[in-house]
Design a protein around this ligand. Sequence first.
Ligand SMILES: Cc1cc2nc3c(=O)[nH]c(=O)nc-3n(C[C@H](O)[C@H](O)[C@H](O)COP(=O)(O)OP(=O)(O)OC[C@H]3O[C@@H](n4cnc5c(N)ncnc54)[C@H](O)[C@@H]3O)c2cc1C
Length: 285
Amino acid sequence: MRPFTLHEPTSAAEASALLLERGEAARLYAGGTELLLAMKGGFLPCDHMVNVKTIPGMDAIALDGGALVIGAAATHAAIVRAPIVRERFSLVAQVERRVANVRVRNVGTLAGNLCFAEPHSDPAALLLLYDAEAAVEGASGERRIPIADLQTGPYETALEPGEVMTAIRVRPLPNDARAAYLKFGIHHRPTIGVGAMLRVVDGVVAEARLSLGSVPPMARRLLEAEALLVGERAERLNAESSAVAAAGDAAAAQADAVDDLHGSAEYKRHLVGVFVRRAIAQAAA
Ligand SMILES: Cc1cc2nc3c(=O)[nH]c(=O)nc-3n(C[C@H](O)[C@H](O)[C@H](O)COP(=O)(O)OP(=O)(O)OC[C@H]3O[C@@H](n4cnc5c(N)ncnc54)[C@H](O)[C@@H]3O)c2cc1C
């Protein structure tokens, strides 16, 4: 790997200024689990690494008005361990516990996962079930980006040059919500991730959210499949349900699957149908 200078800013504003001064030669660095692999492979030339972990408070995990605020330097392992995540956002803790392996979870961050925008991401799909936002800071101040708008393509985000993600804000699911997330993979990264959230009022689905990750080029909601579930009785959303079967078929048709080392497009469409049906049934139960 070619030599680089490591910068240790003490504020997001200083990190942003360093990025703007050095342009393409500088990269933000958190756990380095993606960045160093890309640099070693020669895909991301970088002469200046700007370490976000030296910014005080950047690793905080706290509640703010009911929302979970996960600092950009918080590792996957710290998120799994945090009592507020386990107690109030248990699905987030469950999913984070199954991201990657223990070595990656111990240094890799949720922010780094989202900012790298690798299509095979569990949090990118999971957070579509929540009204999550990324807080970012740059030369023109602070702003929030809805998680649905953060990724603009494979390895591309809506972050402007010089912008630093400072935190991820996750709002709680509604009290009447039931949710599940299922993943499957044959390599290190997931082949498929499916999230399901059902708001059930008087036994009937009032709102459904389904998310699909790793199969399409970027995680997405499955709006046509969601619409098929609204108005259904939750207790009937099981393996025998025609609405669940129809939602699985609609999801598979919307999957935008391609042939790659995880399998053929046809195989992945089949997986989408199977996992969407299972996720709905699990959330409903
Ligand atoms: C073996 C392996 C298995 C994996 N398995 C899974 C899996 O099962 N599921 C899954 O979802 N993911 C998986 N991953 C991805 C893993 O979650 C990420 O590698 C990790 O979260 C990245 O975080 P990091 O802090 O190391 O990012 P870094 O490598 O430090 O940074 C990644 C990118 O984000 C940018 N960046 C970092 N922080 C900021 C910030 N605050 N603001 C703006 N930009 C920033 C960097 O410039 C870089 O471009 C796997 C990775 C590996 C290596």
